[in-house]
Design a protein around this ligand. Structure first.
Ligand code: BDR
Ligand code: CA
Length: 304
């Protein structure tokens, strides 16, 4: 069983990642730490409450993380995630309060269970970087860190940079320069191969469950945007990290060193140098059929 903390900025594709981790029998989801990114921190927290309502996992604690990036950068992502970060769907969450501070939770949980905890980071890396900077043992005690981030070829915010790294490049640099031993990186080069195509949209729309229908509704805005950008549907970036932990056959990895540009025109760009025994494992290919099988069998059909 994988003991996991998800660090997220929910966010539509974050929603799929959280549901997958919460529902998988191979994952023990210890808590969710929220960071500002796709939407403001308070929206992200509120959305995480709703996501846990959707899968009846209200007992999973949610922690409040960083409201701004390390150097106060912020960009809008309303055009994909909606003004409320939840595809502009109206809802009332059951829960009203968080369980404490995200950075403290990350540090305490990892240090009390050395070598046992994996963090899945699917938003800007601010919370993870703050934990690394605040506690010297955190990085060494982490079992693994799975990150959605990076653009090997073309970015989705600028020509060079992917959203999570662009939003907090300084945090990304702290992470890649840290002593964390097992970093797995899933970038746009693989996640753009995972559009929620019409076939999958029809499946969600016509499925006889409120959860599936809600997922269909909240993906409408982003789907229209991503189709305008030339994709075959909404790109589900974030859940690949979780799917990999459930079944590593879903992606092919290579050893590499990673560095991040923290200023100038290239800010947020990742420099990925393939290298035997490099510090990170970077995804270079993905199996979309297997990905959607893991995702829907777990979240909708409840088979995993
Ligand atoms: C990443 O940025 C956000 O839009 C998504 O939630 C994902 O984490 C993709 O660049
Ligand atoms: Ca995200």
């Amino acid at each position: 069983m994988n003991k996991v903390i998800i660090d997220a900025d929910p966010g539509i594709d974050d929603t799929f990642a959280i549901l997958l981790a919460a529902e998988s029998r191979y994952i023990d989801l210890l808590g969710i730490t929220i960071v500002a990114g796709n939407t403001g921190l308070e929206n992200g927290i509120r959305n995480s409450f709703k996501i846990l309502d959707m899968c009846n996992k209200d007992f999973i604690p949610v922690y409040k993380g960083a409201e701004v990036s390390l150097e106060n950068r912020s960009i809008e992502a309303d055009y994909v995630h909606g003004k409320n970060g939840f595809g502009d769907l109206d809802y009332e969450p059951i829960r009203r309060s968080t369980s404490g501070d995200a950075i403290e939770f990350l540090i305490n949980t990892v240090n009390n269970n050395p070598g046992e905890i994996s963090v899945i980071a699917v938003g800007p890396l601010t919370n993870v970087a703050l934990a690394i900077m605040r506690d010297k043992d955190f990085a060494k005690n982490l079992k693994s860190l799975l990150i959605m981030g990076s653009a090997k070829v073309e970015g989705n915010v600028t020509k060079f940079a992917e959203f999570n790294f662009y939003q907090d490049p300084h945090a990304a640099k702290v992470v890649f320069d840290s002593e964390i031993e097992n970093i797995y990186l899933f970038g746009l080069n693989v996640t753009t191969k995972l559009p929620l195509t019409e076939k999958y949209e029809e499946y969600l729309k016509n499925h006889d469950s409120e959860l599936a229908n809600t997922l269909y509704q909240i993906t409408r805005l982003g789907a229209a945007f991503d189709r305008k950008c030339g994709h075959d549907g909404l790109i589900l970036n974030d859940p690949l990290t979780v799917a990999y932990l459930i079944d590593s056959n879903v992606a092919e990895m290579m050893d590499a060193d990673v560095d991040i540009a923290i200023d100038g025109e290239l800010i947020g760009k990742s420099f990925i140098t393939l290298k035997e025994n490099g510090k990170c494992k970077v995804a270079y290919d993905v199996n979309p059929e297997l990905f959607y099988q893991i995702l829907f069998d777990t979240v909708i059909e409840k088979k995993y």
